[in-house]
Design a protein around this ligand. Structure first.
Ligand code: MN
Length: 198
C-alpha cells in the first residue's frame, strides 16, 4: 500500500472556534476540501520524483508547475491556519521584540495593519499578502500571486492573509476588505512571535 507522504495538518482549534470571523462552513470547505485536495494532488504528483522525500519548504524552493503549485498551497495554508485563535483568546496583540520591530519598520501597529490590508485589497486575482522578516530581521510586506511563498525570495514568512476568493466568499461574498479587516481579531500573535524568534 502506498503511504501518504504529506498529510493534512491538524487545526489547533475546533472548526467553529473562529466564528463569527471565519465560519464553520468556511473551515469545512477551505481546510476540509481545498487544502485536502492540494495534499492529495501533491501526494500523487511526487511519486517517483526527486521531491518524494523532500521537506515542503525545499520543494517550494526547487520545483515548478503542478508540484510547486500544490506544495506552495500546502505550505501557505499550513502557516495560515496555524496563526489563528478564538476571539476570546488573550493573544490578539503583538508585544515585546515583535511589536518593537513593527514600530521600527512601519511606524506604528496601526500603520502596519493599514499597509497590510491595502496590499491585500489591491492584489489582483488570487494570492497571498505576507509579513516576513529578511535576513537582518527587518520586517517587510509582500504580495505573492497564486501559490507563491516569500521563502523563494529568501524571506522568513511570519503572518499571511489568503486573498483567494475561496477564503472569504461564503462569509463575506465580494467584500475582501471587510474580511481582511476582521481577521486581525483572531490573529494569534504568540504564534507569529515564535516564528519571528526562530
Ligand atoms: Mn486558501
Amino acid at each position: 500500500m502506498l503511504t501518504a507522504l504529506f498529510s493534512l495538518i491538524t487545526l489547533p482549534y475546533a472548526p467553529n472556534a473562529l466564528e463569527p470571523v471565519i465560519s464553520r462552513q468556511t473551515i469545512e470547505f477551505h481546510y476540509g476540501k481545498h487544502l485536502q485536495t492540494y495534499v492529495d494532488n501533491l501526494n500523487k504528483l511526487v511519486v517517483g520524483t526527486e521531491f518524494e522525500n523532500m521537506p515542503l519548504e525545499e520543494i517550494v524552493c526547487k520545483s515548478q508547475g503542478g508540484i510547486f503549485n500544490n506544495a506552495g498551497q500546502i505550505l501557505n495554508h499550513n502557516l495560515y491556519f496555524a496563526q489563528f485563535s478564538p476571539l476570546a483568546a488573550d493573544n490578539h496583540a503583538p508585544k515585546g521584540d515583535l511589536l518593537d520591530a513593527i514600530n521600527r519598520d512601519f511606524g506604528s501597529l496601526e500603520a502596519f495593519k493599514a499597509e497590510f490590508e491595502q496590499k491585500g485589497v489591491t492584489l489582483f486575482g488570487s494570492g497571498w499578502v505576507w509579513l516576513s522578516a529578511d535576513k537582518d530581521g527587518k520586517l517587510v510586506i509582500t504580495q505573492e500571486t497564486n501559490a507563491n511563498n516569500p521563502i523563494t525570495k529568501g524571506l522568513k514568512p511570519l503572518l499571511t492573509m489568503d486573498v483567494w476568493e475561496h477564503a472569504y466568499y461564503i462569509d463575506y461574498q465580494n467584500r475582501r476588505a471587510a474580511h481582511l479587516q476582521a481577521l486581525w481579531q483572531i490573529i494569534n500573535w504568540e504564534e507569529i512571535a515564535q516564528r519571528f524568534a526562530k
